[in-house]
Design a protein around this ligand. Structure first.
Ligand code: CP
Ligand code: NVA
Length: 333
């Protein structure tokens, strides 16, 4: 099995063995970085980083990973490039494919990153679309494995909007790795039934059990890891806040939710998180709706079961593994 020259577009495209290979490479690259062992194995190579949505972790992870690997990265935001407005995705892809060894894309529809991959002819990596956030899943799984020792047979409970990129990608990843997965939210926020059906097929092979739970008091029962994400994602209109708050407020990850999970259960969040009034949006929501915290209670976010900053660090090591395995013919680190 080789990941050389492979795209990294969505978790459902990967086999369990491929996910395992990315995690192993990430662990090995992390150990090298911690030990101060240089790993600039991709000197002379170039990567284009296309961001149509904002980012802290993903952009920094790609830039630092590229630098550690000896590469040069070029960051393009929608305002300073022609993408979409004056030049089609296909034409942009063909141009970038002539100049770069790999492309990362963060933005809207999954079809855009798929088109970039198709027309550029170079390995293309999904840094988040509306439908999926596959590099985040690698960081989450590396973190769970570091903290709990294994993935198979563990239970991950996801609270919040399970129809969007994080809910979708975690469900697929869990099914692939033989983890049990519970989506806990109102039924209208459950993932797309067609995706659930595909995951149920995968789960038959791997032993994963998928649950869809509307009762917030039951979602975390038996969970080894509790996960949540923002209630309104990037690119969604501001008008959806009122309905989202009404629908998903009962699904905030609180100390009670954590108390129902297994004794050693960890808390994860892809970040950024609304857990206090330290953000502009958090303050606006407080003024309009009176909430001082949203998807996660501050005491859980800052509590001793929270592993969110280890998880954020692991974005670097896992993204580095994705780039390195796609661009290094040798493959082993
Ligand atoms: N988790 C994540 O993708 O963070 P950024 O939006 O900061 O990249
Ligand atoms: N669902 C969130 C994830 C952010 C990392 C969003 O798309 O904004």
């Amino acid at each position: 099995m080789s990941l050389y020259k492979k795209n990294f577009l969505k978790i459902i495209d990967l086999t369990k063995e491929e996910i395992e290979a990315y995690l192993q490479a990430a662990a090995s690259l992390k150990a090298k970085k911690k030990a101060g062992i240089p790993h600039d194995i991709l000197r002379g190579k170039n990567i284009a980083l296309l961001f149509e949505k904002t980012s802290t972790r993903t952009r920094c992870a790609f830039e630092v990973a590229a630098a550690d690997l000896g590469m040069h990265a070029v960051y393009l935001d929608p305002k300073s490039s022609q993408i979409g407005k004056k030049e089609s995705i296909a034409d942009t892809a063909k141009v970038l494919g002539r100049m770069f060894d790999a492309i990362e894309y963060r933005g809207y529809g999954q079809e855009i990153v798929e088109a970039l991959a198709k027309y550029s002819g170079v390995p293309t990596f999904n840094g988040l679309t509306n439908e999926s956030h596959p590099t985040q899943i690698l960081a989450d799984f590396l973190t769970i494995r570091e903290k709990l020792g294994d993935l198979k047979g563990r239970t991950l409970a996801y609270y919040g909007d399970a129809r969007y990129n994080m809910g979708n990608s975690l469900m697929v990843g869990a099914a692939k790795m033989g983890m049990h997965f519970t989506a806990c939210c109102p039924a209208k926020y459950f993932p797309d039934p067609a995706l659930i059906a595909k995951c149920r097929e995968i789960a038959k092979e791997t032993g994963s059990i998928l649950r869809f739970e509307e009762d917030p008091a039951k979602g975390s029962l038996g969970a080894d890891a509790v996960y949540t994400d923002v209630w309104v994602s990037m690119g969604e209109p501001e008008e959806v806040w009122a309905e989202r708050i009404k629908d998903i407020s009962p699904y905030r990850v609180t100390a009670e939710v954590m108390a129902k999970a297994n004794k050693e259960a960890i808390f994860l969040h892809c970040l950024p998180a609304f857990h206090d009034l330290g953000t502009e949006i958090g303050k606006e929501i407080y003024e309009k709706f009176g909430l001082t915290e949203m998807e996660v209670a501050d005491e859980v976010f800052l509590g001793d079961r929270s592993v969110v900053f280890d998880e954020a660090e692991n974005r670097l090591h896992t993204i580095k593994a994705v780039i390195a395995l796609a661009l290094s013919e040798k493959g082993a680190f």
